[in-house]
Structure formats: C-alpha cells, structure tokens
Design a protein around this ligand. Structure first.
Ligand code: AVI
Length: 318
C-alpha cells in the first residue's frame, strides 16, 4: 500500500484522481477519502515509523512468523520458480521470503518506479544468483508479467495485512485479480491481521507517541499543499475507532469545533464532531480469513501464526 509516487511540491502535477477523490469525498454525506492518498512522501516516512512502534505489533509479528516457520513455509510452498510480490517489498520481509523459497526470479509489482528500481538494485546485490524483474504498475489494475517467467511455477506474496485496507467486497475482487494475474496452479502467501482485544487494536492505531495521528493528519496538509486548501489542520484530531459490526479499525479526522475552509475554491463547513473517514483496517478471525480467501478464488492449504495468534500468514492455492 505505501508508495511515494505522488507529488510533494505545488509545482508538481497533481494527480487528477486525488483531486476527484478529495472533492467528492468531502461532499459526500459520509465524508471519506480513500486511504491510498495517505502515502505521499511524508506519509510513507510516517508509516515506516509506525511499523517500528512497540504498540504497532503487525510488522514485527509477521516477520517473526516468517523467521520461525521459514522451513515449513518452504516445504508447503515449494522452492524455485518465480516469487511475485504485490508491492515493492520491504527490506526485511522480502529477503526472508527469498531466503526461504529460493526463487529463480523475483518480480515486485509497484506503482512507484523509483522505489521499485532502488529496492531491485539492492536485492540484486544481496542475492547475486537471483533474476529481479520489477514491474511498474498499479497492481489493482492491468499487470503484464515479464516474459522471462513464462512457464515457471508462480508464488504470489502479499504481506502486511494490506488486504485489510480493502473492504471485503474489494478485497475479494483483488484476490480474484491476483488469481488472474498469477494463473492456474499458482500459490499465494498472504498476511492477515487477527481480531484481538480492542484496547490493543486501539493502541496500535492511536499510539502514545502520536505517530499515527501525524500520519492521519498529514493527509490534510497534503490537501492544503496540492489542492490549494486552507484546512485548519490543528483543529482536526485523529481518532481510531473499532467498528464491531464490520470487524475493523477505522481512522477518522474529527473536527474539534465548527469550522469552514476551502479546497480548490470550493467551500466546506464542518460542525463540531463531524469526521472525515480516512482508512479501514479489517481484522479477521481464523475462519473469516480463510473464507475471504475462498471467496477470492483461493483455497487455503496452510496457516502459520505467532504464539498469541495476533497475526496469520496463510498459504493458498489457485
Ligand atoms: C498498510 N496497512 C496494512 C496499515 C494497517 O495496519 O492497516 C496502515 C496503517 N494505518 C495506520 N497504521 C498503519
């Protein structure tokens, strides 16, 4: 999900999709802006900081699962062939998977060309025998896999519980799309965050250090910079809400008093307590996670968790 593709100075061209999503989102009855826009350069840096926080357990828990179960993951998945990662890859998780699965080809797919090329170069240095074939594309859209992996066994990799940032209907669409990209007989290794006590979830998404709050409010700063807005950022507070019915943590930006602002010349009014919904992070129980995969066209064949069952890594086949 994180990428650093979008402009950070007003002189850069603004993505028309950003303009549309922000203006439509602010006009809607349920004000909401898609989470993908949280990741400008600053947002990506802040997300990186979040992954190192004590209270944000998913990253270190998933890495722990991969380290501890590397041999079993390799045994069930099989080694060699092509490892196709949806996203540019992380400096810790990707090398762990490459070491375990020993693919001949590694194919990261990401919309951010610069980041993709940098990390591909680094991996080539770390794994001299590995062919790295990056694909610059939005993996939610059309993806052309490199001809070099034609006929090879394919394993998709989608860690980090990024699937949780999609509502179940979009998540199943995305899983089906992955199946189409990877083809018959492919496998998929996917990270899913588990449902757990609400106070732990809240602390993970509203940390004492205020990093997640800064990450959320940075969206308003970005709107002001790129869309000539004058949103009073300091009058919005971050809120992480557990939605019990939908099994998800929601991030909101809440107006602390009645306020007015403009974005690209359009006027907006907020009453005290009005919110902008900026992200969903769905959590799944063991059955829910597997059902999601089945609905997305994948059959789960193995699952690994940590001792506290905070996080799950599922292996599924097409
Ligand atoms: C990228 N994604 C999986 C993170 C999550 O946990 O949903 C984004 C995030 N939002 C706030 N903290 C982390």
């Amino acid at each position: 999900m994180p990428d650093a593709t979008t402009p950070d100075s007003p002189t850069d061209a603004v993505d028309p999709a950003f303009r549309r999503d922000v203006l439509d989102g602010l006009k809607a009855r349920h004000r909401a802006i898609p989470a993908r826009w949280l990741y400008d350069r600053r947002g990506s840096e802040l997300f990186d900081e979040i992954t190192r926080l004590d209270s944000y357990y998913p990253t270190r828990t998933e890495t722990g699962i991969m380290t501890r179960h590397a041999a079993a993951i390799a045994e069930k998945t099989g080694t060699g062939g092509a490892l196709i990662e949806f996203g540019a890859g992380s400096v810790t998780k990707t090398p762990l998977m490459i070491r375990a699965l020993k693919p001949d080809h590694y194919v990261p797919i990401d919309i951010s060309g610069d980041y993709l090329r940098d990390s591909a170069e680094k991996l080539k240095g770390d794994f001299p025998g590995l062919a790295v074939d990056p694909v610059e594309a939005d993996f939610t859209g059309h993806v052309e896999l490199p001809a070099e992996i034609e006929g090879l066994k394919r394993t998709g990799f989608f860690p980090g519980s990024t699937i949780g940032n999609f509502v179940p209907r979009s998540a199943t669409d995305l899983l089906r799309h992955f199946r189409d990209i990877l083809g018959d007989h492919a496998k998929l290794i996917i990270g899913l965050d588990r449902i757990k006590p609400i106070d732990r979830l809240r602390r993970a998404y509203d940390d004492a250090e205020g990093v997640t709050a800064a990450f959320n409010r940075n969206l308003l700063t970005r709107i002001n910079r790129e869309l000539e807005g004058n949103i009073p950022v300091e009058l919005f507070r971050h809120e992480a809400r557990w939605n019990e019915m939908l099994g998800r943590i929601e991030m909101h930006l809440v107006a602390t008093r009645a306020l007015d602002f403009t974005v690209e010349g359009e006027a907006f009014h907020f009453d005290e307590g009005d919110t902008i919904h900026t992200e969903n992070s769905h959590k799944y129980g063991p059955r829910g996670g597997r059902t999601l995969l089945l609905a997305g066209g994948w059959t789960p064949i193995a699952e690994w968790t940590d001792e506290d069952e905070d996080f799950a890594l599922i292996l599924a086949e097409a």
